[in-house]
Design a protein around this ligand. Structure first.
Ligand code: GLN
Length: 496
């Protein structure tokens, strides 16, 4: 089997045993990238020399007898919203074009410490605002299953890179669904850790009370290995949780659901959902029952108000976070010809540097926070947030995990929702509650929709710091479906 088809765990083992060098593994992926990128456009930046230098360093460590971890020498695609000192960091925005950060994000640093070899930086919706990667200032990424469709977003470059076998692993960030939704629509695994379980230090901020870094992989164990490699307490992030978390790798290996109490969220999965998505979801429920889980329906009434609350809270935080792009400190500067005031240069730069969705969010957030409206909008949304957290708490008195479809539909055609923000926002209907409450949640492939043959994701939500439960259930589903189909879901993808 070619190296690019292997799992991260297999590649790590091959490098550790010396059967294959990290350089060979990196080169195989660079070749694959060169072959498919003209069609997929998952990467904003690839630099073979930097990549091969990292791989050579891993090979040198092995030659020196260093004890390498399970992912040393494994290539990874890194979302271009994490700072990297040796590669540009743009957040998909013109305003940061050419920006070279002076420091590595904690996630970046931990990838390097684990010996992961960074292949490049992946495309995303500008400042992670979107569900399709069409809001990137550098052109859309295409879904490897069907190049006329979106790969989800905002981490669409990361999901497409893994689904197209350009990388076995990638990083993402999930503020309202940006890991789980792209994972679902490209047929891979994507995990949003508990908020505070992975560090935001060096992550370009969108909505700080929601932003959560997490892993993408083609299988559950690989996702768990990456999760463990970069998560955990970080003193540089004030909201980082300083508490021991159960091993997600153990949970992924175990994959047992006998006796587990599973709650089906009553509010998700009715009208407005694609029939093929619902069919695969209902099959997953039956599958879990057949594996010995006790499945019950659970009502979480406040989940239906999560979307509007999110579109007040996230833009409010964004409007404040994006104030730092003031034409003075980073990247782009427009109109600075000696005749204009700093304010004029700032206004010209922001007008030219931000795309329409980012401007929409800044205006929305500024409005929601303005005096006279603050209580009615932002304050009200925060109350809804509390109600959602209470719904989760009540549910987890009855069940161990909650499940729902990850997304209401499969991947939609590029352009279909580009001019309809509301239709775009609905892609995250089922994923947003876990962000507002800070819970752990994963998306695992659960089949193909009959009407279009495109992948469907099953979402598994767990309590705060219950990340291991997500992996346990996802691994059980993956294993059972693998037995049924043979070769995993991605083996059904039309080859590029
Ligand atoms: N699609 C959602 C938005 O546009 C979520 C994005 C994210 O999770 N970063 O805000």
């Amino acid at each position: 089997m070619s190296l690019v088809r292997k799992s991260a765990a297999e590649l790590g083992a091959l490098v550790a045993s010396g059967d294959v060098s990290a350089v060979e593994v990196a080169q195989a992926h660079l070749d694959r990238i060169a072959a498919v990128e003209p069609r997929v456009n998952a990467f904003l930046h690839v630099d073979a020399e930097t990549t091969l230098a990292q791989a050579r360093a891993v090979d040198a460590r092995r030659a020196a007898g260093d004890d390498l971890g399970p992912l040393a020498g494994v290539p990874i695609a890194h979302k271009d919203v994490f700072t990297t000192t040796d590669m540009p960091t743009t957040a998909g925005s013109k305003i940061l074009e050419g920006y070279r950060p002076p420091y590595d994000a904690t996630v970046t640093r931990r990838l390097r410490e684990a010996g992961l070899v960074i292949l490049g930086k992946t495309n995303l919706d500008e400042f992670a605002m979107g569900s399709s990667t069409e809001n990137s200032a550098f052109g859309p990424t295409r879904n490897p299953w069907d190049l006329s469709r979106v790969p989800g977003g905002s981490s669409g470059g990361s999901s497409a890179a893994v689904a197209a076998y350009e990388a076995p692993l990638s990083t993402g960030t999930d503020t309202g669904g940006s890991i789980r939704q792209p994972a679902a629509v490209t047929g891979i695994v994507g995990m949003k850790p508990t908020y505070g379980g992975s560090s935001r230090y060096g992550l370009i901020a969108f909505a700080s009370s929601l932003d959560t870094p997490g892993p993408f992989a083609r299988n559950v164990l690989d996702a768990a290995l990456l999760h463990e490699a970069f998560s955990g307490h970080d003193a540089m992030d004030a909201t980082s949780i300083d508490a021991p978390a159960p091993s997600v790798v153990e949970a992924a290996r175990q994959g047992e659901v006998a006796g587990l109490r599973v709650g089906v969220v009553r509010e998700f999965g009715g009208e407005g959902y694609q029939p093929g998505v619902l069919a695969r979801f209902h099959e997953s429920v039956e599958l879990l029952e057949s594996l010995g889980a006790k499945v019950v329906e659970v009502s979480c009434p406040s989940f239906t108000t999560a979307l509007p609350a999110y579109y007040l809270i996230a833009p409010s935080e964004a409007s404040s976070n994006l104030a730092r792009f003031d034409a003075m400190r980073y990247g782009l500067r427009v109109g600075d010809d000696g005749t204009r005031s700093a304010e004029e240069v700032m206004a010209l730069t922001r007008a030219a540097g931000f795309g329409p969705e980012v401007k929409r969010r800044i205006i929305l957030g500024t409005y929601a926070l303005s005096s006279g409206y603050y209580d009615a909008y932002y304050g009200q949304a925060q109350k809804v947030r509390t109600l959602i957290a209470r719904d989760f708490e009540a549910a987890f008195h009855q069940v161990d995990v909650l499940i729902s479809p990850t997304t209401p539909t499969t991947a939609f055609p590029i352009g279909e929702r580009a001019d309809d923000p509301m239709a775009m926002y609905l892609a995250d209907l089922c994923t947003i509650p876990a962000n507002l409450a800070g819970n752990a949640a994963i998306s695992v492939p659960c089949g193909l929709a009959d009407e279009d043959g495109l992948p469907v994701g099953l979402q598994i939500m767990a309590p705060v710091l219950g990340d291991d439960r997500c992996y346990r259930v996802a691994a059980a589903v993956e294993r059972a479906l693998e037995d049924r189909w043979g070769g995993g879901l991605l083996s059904k993808a039309p080859g590029l």
